[in-house]
Design a protein around this ligand. Structure first.
Ligand SMILES: Cc1cc2nc3c(=O)[nH]c(=O)nc-3n(C[C@H](O)[C@H](O)[C@H](O)COP(=O)(O)OP(=O)(O)OC[C@H]3O[C@@H](n4cnc5c(N)ncnc54)[C@H](O)[C@@H]3O)c2cc1C
Length: 391
């Protein structure tokens, strides 16, 4: 098989890239290890920045997102039993976030690619990437037991953090920046209407809690737990009472409860691989970087990377110039590091650390107090949360 761009992974990065390339009349083939059903049901992120929404809408894959996405103009920060609303819309000059589950974005993109005759090959195995340090890159994979090769001009490694592309680059050519947080998130999906129409981030002496949602009928709720915690120690009743305790408020507040549809524990990590390119292999999304979910940046960064990559590839195919391709890593990393900083800041401000001294506790409350009382500080949060400008 031959194509122009061989894409490994049909997550947000791989599918958006394939879609944007198609609009530029550049051919691609997407190779995905899982089935279509699996990727369309995988529950992950849910907060889309303004720029992500605009890109999906402007490129013709945002009709359902516009119809069903929940547009939020603010978030609440809750600490010391009081809630403080950050007016994202007003502070950012009219931008918002949209709550629309990642698996819905995936469904829309898969449908659009297949309708346009795009090739996504599901359930491939033994994927390996070759020749990207020379003129003839190719991807070897197994489909229905048969080994096949996909020859291409460039390879896009969009295969997530545990994919094969990043580890295929010689270790000496990549620098890793890695930080694992000393706590995890226990997340539940519950058949319960959201307790508030906007997201609530709670800082509490028992640990962080987040009240989010996926639809008007389904809540997505998280609590901070120690890294070695086991899910079996957390029956549903214990989770609900912990959510109640951490969100307690002087005033009206009722936590809506319902059947727990799914629960899991996930660690929090900050990771960046530099550079994001080696020869004709380009890394994008989680394959190159991971952020703790507190800043809601993971999916949005994946989309931002492939937007840059699609532009660079379009320039190359139109003019033969590699100016943008050569700057791909540098351009993406500027945004990646700003998102890392923001995600780290939100995480360290809102979580409890075992090593916290009374001084740390007071400093954290003072930071939240300052933030929620200062228009300048709230503006900084708002412009990062809705998404920094693309360029
Ligand atoms: C459990 C979980 C929960 C999350 N929750 C949030 C959240 O609440 N908020 C938030 O902002 N972010 C969240 N994230 C992060 C966000 O979902 C990711 O940043 C986003 O999915 C990145 O998109 P991607 O396309 O780069 O990678 P992925 O979505 O990981 O896609 C990579 C794709 O490559 C495929 N693949 C992997 N290896 C191979 C291979 N060898 N061959 C072929 N295909 C392969 C995978 O099956 C997958 O489909 C979460 C992530 C996880 C794992």
């Amino acid at each position: 098989m031959r194509t122009q761009i061989g894409i490994v992974g049909a997550g947000p990065a791989g599918l958006v890239l394939s879609h944007l390339l198609h609009l530029q009349k550049i051919e691609s083939v997407v190779l995905e290890a899982r089935s279509r059903k699996y990727i369309e049901e995988r529950i992950r992120a849910g907060v889309l920045e303004q720029g992500t929404v605009d890109l999906l809408v402007e490129t013709g894959v945002g009709a359902r997102l516009k119809r069903e996405g929940l547009v939020h103009h603010g978030i609440e920060l809750r600490f010391n039993r009081r809630g403080h609303r950050i007016d994202l819309y007003e502070l950012s000059g009219g931008k918002a976030i949209t709550v629309y589950a990642q698996q819905e974005v995936i469904k829309d993109l898969v449908a659009a690619r297949l309708k346009a005759g795009g090739q996504i090959i599901f359930e491939v195995s033994d994927v390996s990437v070759h020749g990207f340090d020379g003129p003839k890159p190719f991807i070897r994979f197994r489909r229905n037991g048969q080994v096949e090769e996909l020859h291409c001009d460039f390879i896009a490694g969009c295969d997530g953090f545990h994919g094969v592309c990043r580890p295929s680059i010689p270790a000496s050519a990549i620098t890793d920046f890695d930080y694992t947080y000393p706590f995890s998130w226990l997340g539940i999906l519950a058949q319960a209407p959201p307790s508030s129409h906007e997201l609530i981030y709670c800082q509490h002496e028992r640990g962080f809690a987040l009240f989010s949602m996926r639809t008007p009928e389904v809540s997505r709720l998280y609590i901070q737990v120690p890294n070695d915690e086991e899910i079996k120690s957390w029956p549903d009743d214990r989770i609900w009472s912990e959510l109640q305790l951490r969100s307690a408020l002087d005033g009206n507040w009722k936590l809506a409860r319902g059947p727990v549809l799914q629960k899991n524990i996930a660690g929090l990590r900050s990771y960046v691989a530099e550079p994001m390119q080696y020869g004709k292999l380009f890394l994008a999304g989680d394959a190159a970087h991971i952020v703790p979910a507190t800043g809601a940046k993971g999916l949005n960064l994946a989309v931002a990377d492939v937007r840059i990559l699609a532009q660079a590839l379009a320039e190359f195919y139109k003019s033969g110039k590699t100016r943008l391709l050569d700057r791909y890593s540098e351009t993406c990393l500027r945004r990646v590091w700003k998102a890392q900083r923001f995600s780290w800041w939100m995480t360290t401000m809102l979580h409890k650390f075992d090593t916290d001294s009374p001084f740390d506790h007071h400093r954290r409350i003072a930071e939240l107090d300052y933030l929620t009382g200062s228009r300048a500080a709230m503006t900084s949060l708002a412009e990062n949360y809705v998404g920094l400008p693309w360029d």
